[in-house]
Design a protein around this ligand. Structure first.
Ligand code: SF4
Length: 448
């Protein structure tokens, strides 16, 4: 391990932003804190860092590792102990300087701080806590902070960080205990779930005001998230989605992020993936995740032991609808909100608008278009006052084929895009494939 002690701040920044790029658990909505005289920054509940890079990832947080040194040897990780890479660490003051300077220049709206494990989980977590404390209390930074909880660290340190950060995350990384044993021998499921449970209880206690009031701070107000790697181990989409569902239900997670496995190490235990990172699979899991969180679906409705993986040609909602034609067509002027949500091409926002508007007059297809319904998907599944939008063959194969035409184009775009690439602070920021308006609204509203 080559530890560089005399690097400039810029050199450290290059190393430690690059080392952080495989962590995708970094969106920042959920915190609401206004700026105050004598302090720097603010956090708002939505939109604080909703910029999207070419591959749809969020880019406006300063996303760094505190250190890329690590005592563990996770097979999939570029920073694992056995890799011969240049190592370095920030000091707490250096992280504060970077955050404040970038914030002042309007480059970032917050900080995403993760870390390798330096010496021990406690030692690392203590450094992270010291950094956050300095940022909040010496630099009076009120912007958004997302920080990693280090599994195995003293619960008192996790609690301290929780009162300084907006969001915390503990990465599950691999969905099964078996996967962890194989690829992350220093980690166990119990070790990861323990801080997750502590954070969940802290958040709930805060909501019920069981934690003594602390001046100007709440415990992890923007909730906690986690990340799972897709395709490093043989788990099916069904297993991954079921784990995500359990995390939402039992641990109150705000978000589960899915990260297509990128083979950065030459290791016989890692899959070869000749076709590159499984980006379409990652995309399908995100789509299904939206369905769990906002559309009232359950993992068992979308997949099963017998059908364990998503259809590559149809998004999960279209796929479900085509397999349940007996539940359609839905009459838009009568169906309840939750039934509308199950129509492909209809999102949370458009369903709400429909329910509101039809109180005043019966709706027709042009109205639905105005409300944001994607009619080229929805038309197979709805009627307006008993009429279909245009005649079509009402059988499973014909509808699936029509929907798959559109989906094929989108799948091709995912495969052909910039593949796995994270914005770097040293890039020229030329995004060659900007997200379309539909992509952005889809990402924000989850319209599927
Ligand atoms: S704990 Fe594992 S995943 Fe995290 S930095 Fe260390 S080697 Fe990488």
């Amino acid at each position: 391990m080559l530890i560089q002690e005399h690097l400039t701040l810029r050199e450290k920044l290059e190393i430690l932003t690059d080392a952080a790029k495989y962590d995708v658990a970094c969106t920042s909505s959920g915190a609401d804190r206004k700026g105050k005289k004598g302090t720097m920054g603010s956090a708002v509940p939505a939109g604080i860092c909703h910029s999207f890079s070419a591959d749809g990832r969020c880019i406006s947080l300063l996303k760094i590792l505190f250190t890329n040194e690590c005592i563990y040897d996770c097979r999939y990780c570029v920073n694992r102990r056995s890799n011969d890479v240049v190592r370095t660490s920030f000091t707490p003051e250096e992280v504060c300087t970077l955050t404040m300077e970038f914030y002042r220049r309007n480059y970032i709206e917050g900080l995403f701080l993760s870390s390798g494990i330096l010496h021990s989980p406690d030692y690392t977590m203590e450094l992270i806590c010291r950094t956050l404390w300095k940022l909040r209390h010496e630099h009076h930074f009120r912007g958004y902070i997302h920080v990693k909880a280090i599994p195995g660290a003293d619960p008192a340190l996790i609690e301290q960080a929780g009162f300084l950060a907006d969001r915390m995350s503990v990465n599950l990384e691999l969905p099964t205990a078996e996967g962890l044993r194989t690829l992350a021998p220093g980690k166990t499921r119990e070790k990861i779930l323990l801080p997750m449970r502590q954070i969940q209880r802290g958040i709930e206690a805060g909501k019920q005001e069981l934690i003594p009031y602390r001046r100007d701070s709440a415990f992890v107000p923007a909730g906690q998230s986690t990340q799972m790697i897709v395709g490093a181990t043989p788990e099916s989409d069904y297993q991954m989605l079921s784990v995500a569902e359990a995390l939402y239900q039992s641990y109150g997670l705000k978000r589960v992020f899915y990260s297509a496995f990128v083979r950065v190490n030459d290791d016989s235990l890692l899959p070869a993936l000749p076709g590159g990172p499984p980006l379409l699979r990652e995309h399908r899991l995100y789509q299904a995740d939206w369905l769990l969180r906002y559309y009232g679906f359950q993992a068992g409705e979308l997949l099963s032991e017998d059908r364990p993986n998503f259809n590559v040609l149809l998004d999960p909602k279209c796929d479900w609808a085509v397999r349940h034609l007996e539940q359609f067509p839905v009459e838009v002027n009568r169906a309840d909100y939750y039934t509308l949500l199950r129509v492909p091409g209809m999102g949370v926002k458009s369903a709400r608008r429909i329910v509101e508007a039809r109180r005043h007059a019966a709706l027709d297809f042009p109205d639905l278009k105005r409300f944001g319904v994607v009619l080229k998907r929805a038309m197979y599944f709805i009627t307006c006052s008993g009429r279909v939008m245009m005649p079509f063959r009402q059988d499973q194969d014909a509808i699936a084929a029509s929907l798959a035409g559109e989906e094929r184009r989108r799948a091709w775009e995912i495969g052909e895009g910039n593949a796995y690439r994270q914005m770097s602070l040293f890039d020229d920021f030329h995004i060659t494939v900007p997200p379309t308006a539909e992509d952005v609204s889809g990402a924000v509203w989850g319209v599927m």
